[in-house]
Design a protein around this ligand. Sequence first.
Ligand code: ADP
Ligand code: MG
Length: 629
Amino acid sequence: MAVVEKHTFQAEIKQLLHILVHSLYKDREIFIRELISNASDALSKIQFEMLTNQDIVDPDAELLIEIHADPENRILKIVDTGIGMTAEEMVSNLGVIAHSGAREYLQRLKDATSAAELIGQFGVGFYSVFMVADKVEVTSRSYLPDAQAWSWISSGEDSYEIVPAEKTTRGTEVVIHLREDADEFARVWKLREVIKRHSDYVGFPIYLYPSDKKEEGEETPINQQVALWRRPASEVEAEAYNNFYRMLTADFEEPLVHIHAQGDAPIQFYALLYIPSRAERSLLSVRREPGLKLYTRKILIQEYNTDLLPDYLQFVQGVVDSEDLPLNISRETVQSNPQIAKLRQVLTKRVLSDLSKLADSEPEKYARLWAEFSQFFKHGVVSEYSDRERLLPLIRFHTSTHPDSWVSLDEYVERAKQVEGQKAIYYIITDSVNSAVHSPHLDPFKARGLEVLFLTETVDGFFVTALREHQGFKLVSVDAADLDLEGIGQVPAADETSTPVEQDALDQLLVKMRNVLGDSVESVRVSKVLSTGSPVRLVAPEGTLDRHTQRVYQLLDREFEIPPRILEINARHTIIRNLAEHLERQDDELVESTVKLLYENALLADGIHPNPSEMVEHIQKLMEAATRL
Ligand code: ADP
Ligand code: MG
């Protein structure tokens, strides 16, 4: 590296700086939070390094942050004894945005009046200093024994300089030359207030000095240094939880739920966990991977730990801190550590039981959570047998009798017990509530007053296969070939009113239908369950893939051919009666077209029609025949 090097900022940073310098944000003070958070990160890193390595600059230096206020010269200085930066690190950390969503971020920042919620994102917190500074000098000495000290200097325009510096102690010093309109940030009272507000829980002591000289005598840190998660839940205000979440994730929306847990047995831990309001991590999130922050005795061991919660809960954000994990635990050995397994058990149990309570006490809030995360919990039922008992009370479905609310399995069973003869939980697998409501498979259930669960997510097929039964009630698909509703629920009213087609005519029709449909169906038979509403339905022959598995196959591979199914006809339905009568008089195109369309309608209703546009042609044929009369 040359003695003085001038570097141009990456284009995105130029834009960022331009916005920061020229916009008037109401919350400029957050630049202090950002710089302190960088100092604290740097201290965490050296703390972690020192667990295994003593061959560093200043191994005995106290881990601290100093704030020096110099109002006369309008200078604010933030000093840390953290890991420091080499010249190369300064170039890559303070000259480039590595984040892929930069453009979207910049657009949002341009339109915002409040920078606070945006600035910590993308790892660009440092630049917030240019909301208040007309010049910034960062001088740093890396912890590496043979590294030199360097200064990074910029006035927030197009470029920065890197020059050699005199600094013998480890760490970083940020000297901020404040703009005239930002002179308050060199005043002790203001700094005290801002630091109290945003950085009180920072885990390292922050000392505040009224001038550039360290004063004699006793000094006490101005921050409490008690991490939020280590404080008793009863002392923490709701707003503090939300602020911490925002700091952690830079999420725009408030979390749906926070869980603040502490425990001693079987393992000591503090945990502060959040359920975000969205299942999808925002493009703008600072959390670039799933996982929880793991601290051991206040030292950050892992930024993204995915072993503390099961896979299906990886959307949970937060921090876990334990006194019982060995300090020499490394990122590599975390996974196999038996204490981690204990923590995972405790945390999982806690999350599930808190959610279960929430479902009871705040059903509306729970409904929002469910709408967002339903498939994760169902995956849990499928994949984590040991959590199943705890997960089941969380599961909800829409049902045929409650299409607009969420029904739990227990509620369903409670109601089913009141129904004469019901021994099963009936479900229908479709792609939406709307298609479930209109499915021919529901007719016999509606007629008997039976409730049917609507399974509309891809995971649901696996869910019912894994669960099989609940509280002694078998899970039964409405299109099961052996479905028998005899003696269950109310006797369908239609049974007495409409009369079925005569046997001879019916036999003739069955043969005709079989001929028309050929190998596309396994067989054609009279339905035992259809009595009102729909003329036909399709059922899966015993032993073939069930419908939901087929749907998954279909989703994966468009070429997939549906194995032939059994077409059941409703001998009491007007269309079937008319068709049989018509066939007795004449066997013509009308019969053929109607049969084909009945079959295709059934495929469509089940969401398995391989090519719905073909129906247009068949409908036209039918109209031709109909208009000829
Ligand atoms: P983030 O903190 O999200 O990574 P910032 O823009 O705040 O983004 O900081 C960019 C990078 O600059 C940090 O990741 C870190 O590598 C480096 N950095 C900033 N301040 C310090 C500091 N005081 N000590 C060491 N490195 C620092
Ligand atoms: Mg930062």
